[in-house]
Design a protein around this ligand. Sequence first.
Ligand code: NAD
Ligand code: WQD
Length: 339
Amino acid sequence: MNNKILVTGGAGYIGSHTVVELIDNGYLPIIVDDFRNSNPLVLDKLNEIVGQTVPFYNIDCTDKKKMDKVFAEHPDLMGVIHFAAYKAVGESVEKPLMYYQNNLGSLMVVLELMEAYKISNLVFSSSCTVYGEPKVVEVSEQTPIQEATSPYGDTKIVSEKIITNTVNASAQLKATLLRYFNPIGAHPSAKIGELPNGVPNNLLPYLTQTVNGIREVLTVFGGDYNTKDGTCIRDYIHVVDLAKAHVKALNWLDNQKLPVVESFNIGTEKGNTIMDVIKTFEKVNNLKVNYKIGERREGDVEQIYANTQKAKEVLNWSCEYSLDDALKHQWAWEKTLKK
Ligand code: NAD
Ligand code: WQD
């Protein structure tokens, strides 16, 4: 089997966990990352987990000349998993061009080179953000995509269109669009996890940093939503389960006939409120979270969770970890980080 997979953004949060799963499943990942939102130490930890040195290139994925050299060295890639992108919703509102330039620019370089080198299988990181504020809160892949509420969200909608049109015009390209819900947790070894830069925007790193004494208090954004306890509902998925979905997507893609471009929701099918998350974190780790209820955050969706029937049936993928596991692993990881 040809088993080389190029992993752009492989030093990042989801990418690093996916590299572990790829190696566990007999693939040979090759990482491209320039550490703009990650740390070189991640690669040392990754190598410790997998017991080998994962090939790595410190390259900006929007630099076509440099990326071409990587493809020229590995013209026999079985596929590409494209994680490299910026992901902070608020920052994208302040710096839209930076988001379009990186998120679309890197994708187009990857697609052009996949076409030039006749590489078949692309797994793309999309997001549940494409569904916006859905009318029915359990969303399937048939749920309509809505106008994006941020430039970040728009880059994911446009990326899906670019990939679809390219696949439809291509003689060899096949693609899966994985729409992630809210990834949380860390590797059970606590050697890798999320490394947020500055003040975290996402709930879990903010919560664990508060318990770790780095932040004073976690503000719960809004306590007056139309949910059982007034706080927003999300579908929190363990990052290792999410990582495993990429392996399943690659296996599946490789066995498909052209043309194939399929979207898959990758979540747990369970909606949890923020208070569920706080209370579960306190219970499984035997700790108290210092929190207060604050104002709603602009742009937040009230509730959303995934229907993942398609990923279960087509990819033969389902979650193995619970919210309890994810919150235990998240805390074990946080404890390894220096204050
Ligand atoms: P991350 O920031 O931890 O990882 C992204 C990696 O890509 C980083 O290591 C960064 O240094 C690298 N990178 C970015 N632009 C690059 C470039 N031009 N050249 C080389 N390297 C570059 O983010 P993540 O949470 O692992 O997210 C991975 C992907 O999943 C992104 O596309 C993101 O939009 C998508 N996604 C993330 C979430 C989430 O909540 N984390 C949810 C849905 C979708
Ligand atoms: C979760 C809930 C907040 C921080 C974002 C992107 C989405 C996707 C996943 C990439 C919300 C609340 C948060 C805090 C809080 N990423 N919260 N206090 O907003 O669901 O999704 O990440 O594609 O596109 O929009 O995730 O972790 O920011 O928030 O109360 O300090 O926690 O209001 O209800 P979100 P999140």
